[in-house]
Design a protein around this ligand. Structure first.
Ligand code: COA
Length: 258
């Protein structure tokens, strides 16, 4: 049903693969529409599992917005495109289940912005990150000026955004842009290991963590109040009774997601 995405599933993990390898998985309008469909419609009620996003092919996670579609864009259309991309990446950031980026190669421009919208990132030693938009005479439009600051701090973000320089996986690790760097043949294994670990926890608790951590970055939101409210809501669940009961009875919890 998708033409720019491949979706596979195994062991409560959905593998979402960006599938335009001939264009280094550049994000075109079609891919945006399909990402929106995936996160806001087709898998909206997906629970009890994680999503791992990666790129098809050896070379790229995603080499940015499709430059051929950007070329000649007029101001009003460009603003609409930026808002559309931001809204779709926000769907990913706010998705109720964990979304892990398994970054297998170039993660540039919109590709870096997509990886940053995921809840965290695992990189192969071949990954390269950057926001090279200034080379094209434009700025990042899908949240890059905001999320890069959140992840690596203002000074280094300013430098990368202004120079357009790429950083390798080890430097990305040092900067806090990625959580792990592994050999390419270990990328999916490491990502799956993390997803499986998270999948064994209470799904309501995982959704709560996502909501509260995101709340920290939303202007006007009192993160502590949000945390207390979420804590209260989740305490009302069968899973909380199950989790605490299992601890007391020295057995593994069997969470049901309600
Ligand atoms: N949009 C559209 N097509 C892209 C693309 C993008 N962002 N990035 C790569 N491609 C296409 C190339 O046009 C080429 O297609 P072609 O064979 O039909 O000409 C194909 O993907 C392979 O790319 P190529 O440049 O030949 O590979 P490379 O190994 O020499 O270089 C990169 C790899 C990533 C360094 C280079 O492709 C690049 O700089 N891409 C643009 C990155 C960018 O500026 N992203 C931000 C966009 S806002």
């Amino acid at each position: 049903m998708y033409t720019t995405l491949l979706v596979e599933s195994a062991d409560n993990i959905l593998f979402l693969k960006l599938n335009r390898p001939d264009a280094l998985n550049a994000l075109n309008n079609q891919m945006f529409d399909e990402l929106k469909l995936f996160f806001s419609n087709d898998y909206k009620d997906y629970s009890f599992g994680s999503v791992i996003i990666t790129g098809v092919g050896e070379k790229a996670f995603a080499a940015g917005a499709d430059i051929k579609e950007l070329h000649g864009l007029k101001a009003s259309d460009a603003e609409i495109l930026s808002s559309k991309g931001q809204a779709i990446f926000k769907l990913i950031e706010e998705f109720h289940a964990p979304v892990i980026a398994a970054v297998n190669g170039f993660s540039l421009g919109g590709g870096c912005e997509l990886a940053m919208a995921c809840h965290f990132r695992v990189a192969s030693t071949k990954a390269k990150f950057g926001q090279p938009e200034v080379n094209l005479g434009i700025i990042p439009g899908y949240g890059g000026t905001q999320r890069l600051v959140q992840l690596i701090g203002k000074g280094k973000a300013m430098e990368l955004l202004m120079t357009g320089d790429m950083v390798g996986a080890e430097e990305a690790l040092r900067l806090g842009l990625v959580n792990y760097v592994v050999e390419p043949d270990q990328l999916m294994e490491k990502s799956k290991e993390l997803a499986n670990k998270i999948n064994s926890k209470g799904p309501l608790a995982i959704s709560g963590v996502i909501r509260c951590v995101n709340g920290h970055f939303i202007p006007g939101i009192d993160g502590y109040a949000l945390e207390a409210r979420t804590f209260g809501e989740i305490a009302d669940s069968d899973d909380f009774i199950e989790g605490t009961g299992a601890f007391i009875e020295k057995r593994k919890a069997a969470f049901k997601g309600h």
